[in-house]
Structures are given as structure tokens and as C-alpha cells.
Design a protein around this ligand. Structure first.
Ligand code: ADP
Ligand code: MG
Length: 350
């Protein structure tokens, strides 16, 4: 249960097309994340799956059944939003059991389901409280609990952690990962935060202007981005990209040297992640650079360096470094970790 198929799905708001033909299969029990910058259509696509938004063209299937024209209540899905939307005058227990009560479930059944959900979410001690007497994280847990008691075919989450402070977000992220392990129910989760996407997802769908830019496991997207957009969206700090030329089995960097190139066609950009550059003496690597800023983060330090062609790059070094602004270094690229892109921004296999 919980297999969801999108077939050539489109969304038009009047004459503006927001979702531009999305084809995608979500497997039973899979944790899928829609990620992308603000306005790319994540919420719209999720709401179309949930039935809160009409589908202009294409089909949505749940477990093989066409639900494209079915109302939300007939789809067996639940949604959790950024705003918790709890009833302020009801206790946690009443909030969590409300949908079952409205559906006419017997009290004993409601109590049993609420207790089970409360145990999973560690809300057992708070069942008699009102929402105003809970922390933000606890309120979000109640909102998730309200979904759990309905035993949905799939959970839909729209940026559920965006209202929480950074520490709580990390804690709730962990809780949601545990929840998925425990329930094994399909989850579709929308976020603009690539760290959330990387840490939670079985598979990530990267959206760009209403189209799928790439689908893959976090590792596939990190190691083999299909295009520049994904390359620079996944990973933090983002992948360094520098102009290059390719000729006769070699690549060349403006103001630098270069190295061997085995690409199937010419490339105009080279990509290398900050963690795949080592520092050596001037003249040692593919290109020389000048240290501009050193950002010490404790576990590692991010060095922002100036390149000869006036571009910048970021280099991640473990721990601290003695290098100071103004010093010259050679950047040594890990040759097994290079990405190349053509003039259209598409990755060139090499
Ligand atoms: P995201 O969740 O990725 O930030 P949305 O799905 O909310 O993006 O929005 C995608 C695009 O659709 C945006 O350009 C937004 O302005 C537009 N949009 C969303 N809802 C409506 C609507 N009801 N009417 C017109 N345009 C809308
Ligand atoms: Mg949104």
C-alpha cells in the first residue's frame, strides 16, 4: 500500500503553467522528498497529490487506482503543514482523536489509537495539556500524531519543520526519520532545505521551475548530478564551478593549468566540491589561488579563495588551518571527483 504514480501531471493557474509535466513513481513505503528553491512548485505538486489542488492535465494513481478527480477524503492520505493548525481549546488527546471522533469511531478505539501514537511521538505525558502549554516541537508532534491515528496510505508533509529553531529542527528531523522506520508508510516530504532532503530521503526529486531536474538517492545526486542546477543545489557549501576548455584529452582552466579529460564531448565548466580539494604549495595542483577568508567552524574550516580569473572557490579543510588571508596556495583537485558540464549545463559523462 502507498504506491503513488504521477503521469504527465500538469498544473495551470489560468494561463500560467506551474507544473510542467511530471512523471514519477513513488514506491510502497518509500520516503520521497521534493526539494527545490522557493516557487519551483513543490507545494503545488504535493497539494495535487493530496487532492487539495485540481490537476489540470495528467493522472495521479494511488495503488493503481486513478484518483485524479477524487476529493481529498477519498485518497486515504494525510497532510502535515508548517503551521500546526491545532484546536486551541482542545487537549492534546482531543486534538489527536478529533478526526476519528468526527468519523464516528468508538471511544475505546480512539483512545487506543491516540495512546499508541502518543507513545511513538513521546507525547504520553502531555495528553491533557492544551496546545498553548506545549513547545513548538511538541505542537508539531501533535500535528503529526493527528495524522498517525488516521493510519493513512501515505503521509504528505509540507515544510513541517520550518517554524522551528535550528536545534529543534535537527531533533525533529531525527524523530521523523525514526517515525518512518517504525511505521514503514510512504512519506512525501516537501522542503527547500537540502540538508533535510539529504538526511531523510530514500529518493530526492529536485524540482526546477515546475520540472524534475533529477531524481535519485541522496548519494546519486551528490556524486553524479545530472546538471549544474542539481550540482549546485545539493551539497553545502555548494559545488565550486569554474570555466574550462577541453581539447585533445585534456581540460584547461583559465589562469590555471588543468589535467586529463576523458569526456564524451566538449565541456565548458568544471565542478569540484569544497571537500574534494586539497591545499598544497603554489604550482602544485590544477590552479593557484589566494586565501580570501577563513571561516573556522570547529570541526572544519571553510577557506574562500580567489582564483586568477577573478572567480572564487571554497575549500573545506578538516579542523583548523594556519593559512591566513593573502597567502598563496595551490589547489589540488581529487581527479576522481570532478564533474564536467556542457554549454547547456548538462553533465558530461567522463
Ligand atoms: P514552492 O512550494 O516550491 O515554494 P508553490 O508550489 O507554492 O512553490 O508555487 C509555485 C508557483 O505557483 C509560484 O510561482 C506561485 O506563485 C504559483 N502559485 C501557487 N499557488 C497559486 C495560485 N493559487 N494561483 C496562482 N499562482 C499560484
Ligand atoms: Mg511551498
Amino acid at each position: 500500500m502507498g504506491a503513488i504514480t504521477l503521469k504527465a501531471v500538469e498544473k495551470w493557474f489560468d494561463d500560467v503553467q506551474v507544473i510542467k509535466g511530471v512523471d514519477f513513481d513513488i514506491r510502497e513505503g518509500e520516503f520521497v522528498i521534493f526539494v527545490g528553491p522557493s516557487g519551483c512548485g513543490k507545494s503545488t505538486l504535493l497539494r495535487m497529490i493530496g487532492g487539495l489542488e485540481d490537476t489540470s492535465r495528467g493522472q495521479i494513481l494511488i495503488d493503481g487506482q486513478d484518483v485524479t478527480d477524487q476529493p481529498p477524503a477519498r485518497r486515504g492520505l494525510t497532510m502535515v503543514f508548517q503551521s500546526y493548525a491545532l484546536y486551541p481549546h482542545m487537549s492534546v488527546r482531543e486534538n489527536m482523536g478529533f478526526s476519528l471522533k468526527t468519523a464516528g469511531a468508538p471511544k475505546a478505539e480512539i483512545d487506543a489509537k491516540v495512546d499508541a501514537a502518543a507513545e511513538v511521538l513521546k507525547l504520553g505525558d502531555y495528553l491533557d495539556r492544551r496546545p498553548k502549554d506545549l513547545s513548538g516541537g511538541q505542537r508539531q508532534r501533535v500535528a503529526i500524531g493527528r495524522s498517525i491515528v488516521r493510519e493513512p496510505t501515505a503521509f504528505l508533509f509540507d515544510e513541517p519543520l520550518s517554524n522551528l529553531d535550528a536545534a529543534l529542527r535537527v531533533e525533529m528531523r531525527y524523530e521523523i526519520a525514526k517515525l518512518h522506520q517504525k511505521l514503514d508508510t510512504t512519506m512525501i516530504y516537501v522542503t527547500h532545505d537540502q540538508v533535510e532532503a539529504m538526511t531523510l530521503a530514500d529518493r530526492i526529486v529536485v524540482l526546477e521551475f515546475g520540472r524534475i531536474a533529477q531524481v535519485g538517492t541522496p548519494r546519486e545526486l551528490y556524486e553524479n548530478p545530472a546538471n549544474l542546477f542539481v550540482a549546485q543545489f545539493i551539497g553545502s557549501p555548494k559545488m565550486n564551478v569554474m570555466p574550462c576548455t577541453t581539447e585533445g584529452g585534456a581540460y584547461h582552466l583559465g589562469g590555471g593549468r588543468g589535467g586529463a579529460y576523458g569526456g564524451a564531448r566538449p565541456a565548458v565548466k568544471l565542478g569540484i566540491r569544497p571537500e574534494h580539494i586539497a591545499l598544497g604549495p603554489v604550482g602544485s595542483g590544477q590552479i593557484d589561488a589566494t586565501i580570501d577568508v577563513a571561516e573556522y567552524l570547529g570541526a572544519d574550516t571553510l577557506l574562500v579563495v580567489q582564483l586568477p580569473d577573478a572567480g572564487q572557490a571554497t575549500v573545506r579543510v578538516i579542523g583548523d588551518t594556519d593559512l591566513r588571508p593573502g597567502e598563496q596556495v595551490g589547489l589540488e583537485f581529487d581527479a576522481t571527483r570532478l564533474s564536467f558540464f556542457d554549454a547547456d549545463g548538462l553533465a558530461v559523462p567522463h
